[in-house]
Design a binder for this molecule. Structure first.
Ligand code: NDP
Length: 295
């Protein structure tokens, strides 16, 4: 079966690598050199245009920064839509926004193409290991068609509800991640300034009730060591918090905590730039506090 994957970024490339062994894989990336290198490494075929990638593919997957870029990729004579045949399955792994996903689903349904929003969680490590959580928004029949393909890189592939429900789930997850990063940064900066060694503070936190994925995995590996690897752009986390805030607004839920977190993410993004890693939000706290959380 031919599968096309478009968007070989930080997470898209390791996801697509799992498809290479199982399917006849065609890849496309805006920066063609990345697709060329990927195709050479994994025995995939490189398409010259999104249209060419879609032609003859039974399943098309996209993984771009936002839903906006996915929608734009469909347009034009060389666009993705021009290559899609009726019966194709379109899986968007972008952490997208529910309204755009619903619009895309409607547009593609007009061509007989089934759509699911299929954002993922688990980071680049999870993508490499093939252990991602995949949150699927689609009708039940589309989910059953999508499941075996998504299981190539997903350990938990979960149907969340209709189109848009995967995006909504992913946005809330990442909003909670952002709250946690900022809160752990603030708490640890204060403890270090109060004279508690950073590593001891983190160890005790992780043996106590305030622990979290951020304190257990991210801070020991990346902050205490001062390595700050670039795996997920802060700009993308900021986008996710914005999507979550839109969901709260639409559902009539007051969200002062998430709203403030959104402001802090946006501030950090402005200060650190578009390429900064998401965990560098803690750097902003460190700078303000005049302390480093290392040890
Ligand atoms: P990157 O910024 O690393 O990669 C983005 C990809 O999109 C690249 O292939 C880039 O191409 C392509 N792209 C950007 N703009 C356009 C455009 N206008 N037209 C066509 N292609 C474009 O992002 P990630 O891989 O990290 O993230 C992709 C999605 O996955 C995002 O929605 C993100 O929120 C989500 N995600 C990321 C995780 C992570 O750990 N990194 C974890 C979970 C979800 P080019 O090579 O030319 O720049």
């Amino acid at each position: 079966m031919r599968v096309a994957f478009l968007g070989l970024g930080a997470i898209g490339a390791p996801m697509a690598a799992h498809l290479a062994g199982r399917y006849d894989l065609v890849v496309w990336n805006r920066t063609a050199e990345r697709a060329r290198a990927f195709a050479g490494r994994h025995g995939a075929r490189q398409a010259a245009t999104p249209r060419e990638a879609a032609e003859g593919a039974a399943v098309v997957l996209t993984c771009l920064p936002t839903s906006r870029e996915v929608e734009a990729l469909l347009d034009g004579p060389d666009g993705l839509e021009a290559g899609l045949a009726p019966g194709t399955l379109f899986l968007d792994c972008t952490s997208g926004d529910p309204a755009t996903s619903r619009r895309l689903a409607e547009r593609l349904a007009g061509r007989g193409v089934a759509f699911a929003d299929t954002p993922v969680s688990g980071g680049t490590n999870g993508a490499e290991a093939g252990t991602l959580t995949v949150m699927v928004g689609s009708d039940a029949a589309t989910f059953e068609r999508a499941r075996p393909v998504l299981e190539a890189f997903g350990r938990r592939v979960q149907h969340m509800g209709p189109v848009g429900a995967g995006d909504a789930m992913k946005a809330v997850n990442n909003a909670l991640l952002a709250v946690n990063i900022r809160a752990v940064g603030e708490g640890l900066a204060a403890l270090v300034k109060a004279g508690v060694p950073a590593r001891t503070a983190v160890e005790v936190l992780n043996a106590s009730s305030g622990r979290s994925f951020v304190s257990e995995a991210l801070v020991p590996e990346r902050v205490l060591t001062g390595t700050w690897p670039q795996t997920f752009r802060l700009a993308l986390l900021d986008k996710d918090v914005g999507i979550a805030l839109g969901l709260l607004e639409q559902t009539g839920v007051e969200g002062p905590l998430l709203a403030r977190t959104g402001e802090l993410c946006a501030e950090a993004r402005r200060a650190l730039g578009e390429e900064a890693d998401y965990l560098e939000m803690i750097r902003v706290v460190e700078r303000q506090a005049g302390v480093e959380v290392r040890g």
